[in-house]
Design a protein around this ligand. Structure first.
Ligand SMILES: C[S@@+](CC[C@H](N)C(=O)[O-])C[C@H]1O[C@@H](n2cnc3c(N)ncnc32)[C@H](O)[C@@H]1O
Length: 509
């Protein structure tokens, strides 16, 4: 172990994900859902990501919000090289990456005060000392009224599987092998333990399935999730107590489906919960009701309630955009209670309205079918649609032109990378100020379009065949060039019919 890692894995890079909960407009909406005053995402914000990994989230957000300044640190220099390379290729001038540890970053002199400090996938995987440093950082650098986003593994959802992780870690650290070897050995030993009919598996619901799932999961992710020295699932109320030291109070979940009680708890459960006066204890007890295993908490430094009138005005001003094909909109949503039907008379009017382009709630309220729903049902419908990922909150259209310039440069840089890599699967939207999931083939189709290539499938096949790559159908490599091209033509037709119109509305073309 190198001395700078404090037991954290540094030899294997983390995955290159975009996490939409970090998006300023999403955080603003979550605060609005709780009727709490926050700085709007259209204002020039300062945002900081602690433990940014390979920097995809911060890079996407910087491109999509050129009016704001983004700072991020990760002590793994390989992560920061990648993050800076992408920022340079995109020409982003509003993003600043550091390879500092949290302890060094605490005293970094060039930092401003922040409106948002975010840490995704960090808190459960670091030491108590580092947690204290993070609280000190937030205390020093978060503006009054600022938001802190923090996700972590929690109890009681991890109660039955925690022993699995412990053995994984122990088997994985028996020898000083490469991380992949250690992971494979740990998984092999746990598999053998299960085959030996260890009673732990029979007595712990869901654990055998979890172990089975590991076989299909990204190994870099598994190494970072389970083989670090630190791994702590927390009770929400303990996190609340630690963050209170930085004058923070819990605002709500960044996962908007959590805001809709009807999806997560029966009426009897809600009534029971309402008997608990202490907010932190109530929220922790709620985690038992839904058996929560991962939390995405938003804290605020100085929560001020928005009056009814101001909250309503902000809701009405907010624009929304559809990020799926209208015809494919799911008819079900999954919450803590399992699957619930999305009634067409509630969701249909919003989906139909947004299928024509981004719109404010105010403009949708003039549609009779929306007006009929009334205020409370409209707000709940929007929270469900955004929470399920079908609809995104947007920035207003005032500075759309500047944002388009920045996202065009950034998206081209990502799409050029897609020629040889499938790592980054998100592009930046000037409409939402956030990221959009776009896979490698879709990126290459978009690149062909941008380059005015007369035949996109042929362009993509040229890219793949130059690297000796072939497509997969049902997990099997397609053999001949003709068959590969045929498959690409089928995918391109689907792309043009279903995805391109959505990408156009989100400003990706
Ligand atoms: C699980 S990854 C999450 C990365 C990113 N937030 C994401 O969700 O994609 C945790 C990251 O924290 C970084 N990290 C861990 N301890 C750190 C420390 N003490 N100082 C700075 N970065 C740290 C690691 O290098 C790693 O990239």
């Amino acid at each position: 172990m190198s001395s700078w890692t404090s037991g954290y894995i540094s030899e294997v890079a983390y995955t290159a994900g975009f996490y939409r909960e970090l998006t300023p407009a999403m955080l603003e909406l979550a605060a609005l859902g709780k009727s709490v005053l926050t700085t709007q995402a259209t204002a020039p914000l300062t945002m900081c990501e602690l433990g940014c990994g390979r920097g995809v989230s911060t890079n996407v957000l910087a491109a999509a919000n050129p009016h704001s300044q983004f700072y991020a640190t990760d002590f793994n220099p390989a992560h920061i090289v990648e993050a800076r390379t992408l920022a340079a290729a995109a020409g982003s001038k509003n993003v600043h990456f550091f390879d500092s540890s949290f302890a060094d970053f605490l005293n970094e002199p060039s930092l401003p005060q922040f409106d948002i400090i975010a840490l995704h996938g960090i808190l459960s995987w670091i030491s108590e000392e580092n947690r204290r440093t993070i609280v000190a950082f937030i205390a020093r650098h978060l503006k009054p009224g600022g938001l802190a986003y923090v996700s972590y593994n929690c109890m009681p959802g991890w109660a039955s599987a925690s022993p699995l992780r412990r053995l994984m870690m122990e088997f994985g650290s028996l020898h000083h092998d490469a991380a992949f070897t250690r992971l494979n050995r740990a998984l092999e030993m746990l598999g053998k333990l299960k085959e030996a009919n260890a009673r732990y598996f029979a007595a712990s619901p869901g654990v055998a399935e979890r172990l089975e799932k590991f076989k299909t999961q990204n190994k870099n992710y598994l190494i970072h999730e389970f083989l670090n020295e630190d791994w702590h699932p927390f009770y929400h109320m303990d996190v609340t107590a630690e963050f209170a030291e930085a004058k923070l109070t819990f605002l709500g979940s960044a996962h908007l489906l959590d805001h809709v009680d009807a999806l997560n708890m029966t009426e009897a459960q809600r009534n029971f919960l309402n008997e608990i006066e202490d907010v932190a204890l109530r929220e922790t007890t709620r985690d038992y009701i839904v058996n929560q295993q991962f939390r995405r908490d938003i804290f605020i430094k100085g929560g001020v309630p928005l009056g009814l009138f101001a909250a309503r005005e902000r809701w009405q001003e907010m624009r929304f955009a559809l990020s799926i094909n209208r015809a494919d909109a799911p008819t079900k949503v999954t919450g803590g209670l399992g699957e619930a039907a999305m009634q067409p008379e509630v969701y249909g009017p919003f989906l139909d309205a947004l299928a024509t382009g981004p719109r404010t709630l105010k403009s949708m309220q003039s549609i009779p079918a929306v007006a009929e729903l009334g205020w409370a049902r409209s707000i709940q419908a929007l929270l469900v649609l955004v929470g399920s990922g079908h609809v995104q909150p947007c920035l207003d259209d005032k500075n759309d032109g500047k944002r388009r310039e920045a996202t065009r440069r950034f998206n081209r840089a990502v799409m050029e990378n897609a020629r040889h890599s499938a790592d980054v699967q998100a592009l930046a939207s000037p409409v939402t100020g956030g990221g959009v999931g776009v896979d490698r083939f879709e990126q290459l189709f978009l690149l062909a379009r941008l380059n005015k290539h007369p035949d996109a499938p042929t362009f993509v096949w040229q890219v793949l065949s130059a690297l000796g790559q072939r497509l997969l159908r049902d997990g099997v490599a397609i053999e001949t060039p003709e068959q590969n091209l045929e498959e690409l033509r089928t995918r391109h037709a689907t792309f043009q019919e279903k995805r391109l119109p959505v990408f156009e509305q989100l400003g990706l073309t």
